[in-house]
Design a protein around this ligand. Structure first.
Ligand SMILES: C[S@@+](CC[C@H](N)C(=O)[O-])C[C@H]1O[C@@H](n2cnc3c(N)ncnc32)[C@H](O)[C@@H]1O
Length: 304
């Protein structure tokens, strides 16, 4: 079965501006679709560092990338470790294709609405807490906050209360339990069930995997790892991811970092490290062929 169909593939490759003598990083290896195309463009001595915290991704992509030999270096690590592996100003480009892969959604690990396995949702199966542990420990207030902040869900307090009540007697919490609880809260909105469930599952998944913290830490590191004129390409799939990316990068886009109440600049006014290049979305053809690309937005930045 196809592990994952890469999204905005040609747009990413064009935007990365792959040049001779530079190394690159694909921070979200997945099935290796983007990595394969990047590696095809690398010459003698150039390296592609591939990160994924899911062992399934590393195991699926390694055979696919084996033909590139020593050009490929796989890191089974969260991408927030970027600076542990790579030195400042060493990369010609960094790619992020955020979120989860089709394999993760289809693999019965709690990322999709159906299934009677323990609700897991961890990208890294060795991390200490899965979604079941999270739901058994989280307060009603914090769960409601996650629904509001991660997925803009209305009635977040009622939703959190009902979910926690309905699972309180379950020894094992499953995707099916969670789906039923969402249907009970939104019993009058049957036509919206799929989109509501998607947002509930997304909000919990983001907490279990500390997704926003990961994005912020790693993108800051990526800016520091880029050489002058190196490219940063980031695909997001929902507004909370996009907001996190824009918030982190807006600081690097400014020359002056002084507080707005200071009468004159005291920081030197030359802090700018990145400029926006452009933004791309999937073509009509890609949308027709791959429905999972529908909410994708590629943002391209350049180190200055
Ligand atoms: C959308 S998929 C990438 C698909 C890939 N571009 C391809 O063409 O097959 C996202 C991947 O990023 C990984 N991922 C998400 N957050 C991560 C993080 N903080 N650290 C490392 N890997 C992460 C997921 O495990 C998943 O395999």
């Amino acid at each position: 079965m196809n592990y994952h169909t890469p999204v905005l593939l040609n747009e990413c490759i064009e935007s990365l501006h792959i040049r001779a003598n530079y190394d690159y990083a694909d921070c979200t290896l997945g099935g290796g679709g983007h990595s394969e195309k990047i590696a095809e463009l690398l010459g003698e001595g150039q390296k592609l560092h591939c990160f994924d915290r899911d062992i399934d991704a590393i195991n699926a992509a390694k055979p696919r990338l084996a033909k590139f030999g020593e050009k490929i270096i796989c890191h089974l690590e969260p991408f927030s470790n970027l600076e542990r592996e790579l030195a400042p100003e060493t990369l010609g480009g960094v790619l992020y294709d955020l979120g989860v892969s089709s394999h993760q959604i289809d693999a019965g690990r709690g990322f999709s609405f159906a299934g009677n396995e323990v609700l897991d949702m961890r990208m890294d199966a060795s991390s200490p807490k899965n979604a079941q542990d999270y739901l058994k420990e989280v307060s009603e207030e914090n769960l409601a906050k996650a629904f509001r902040e991660n997925s803009d869900l209305e009635n977040s307090t009622r939703l959190a209360k009902h979910i926690l009540q309905s699972i309180s007697n379950e020894e094992k919490i499953t995707a099916a339990n969670l789906s039923t609880a969402v249907e009970e809260v939104y019993s009058k909105r049957k036509e919206d069930w799929n989109s509501l469930k998607a947002r509930v599952f997304q909000a919990i998944r983001m907490e279990v995997n500390s997704e926003i913290q990961e994005i912020k830490k790693s993108i800051e590191a990526a800016v520091r790892c880029l050489k002058n004129s190196g490219r940063l390409c980031i695909i997001t799939y929902h507004s909370k991811e996009a907001r996190a990316v824009k918030d982190v990068l807006s600081v690097f886009e400014k020359n002056c970092l002084c507080k707005s109440n200071l009468p004159v600049c005291v920081c030197g006014g030359s802090n700018r490290k990145i400029k926006k290049v452009n933004k791309k979305t999937p073509s009509a053809d890609e949308l027709k062929k791959n429905s999972r690309s529908r909410s994708a937005v590629l943002r391209v930045y350049e180190r200055v």
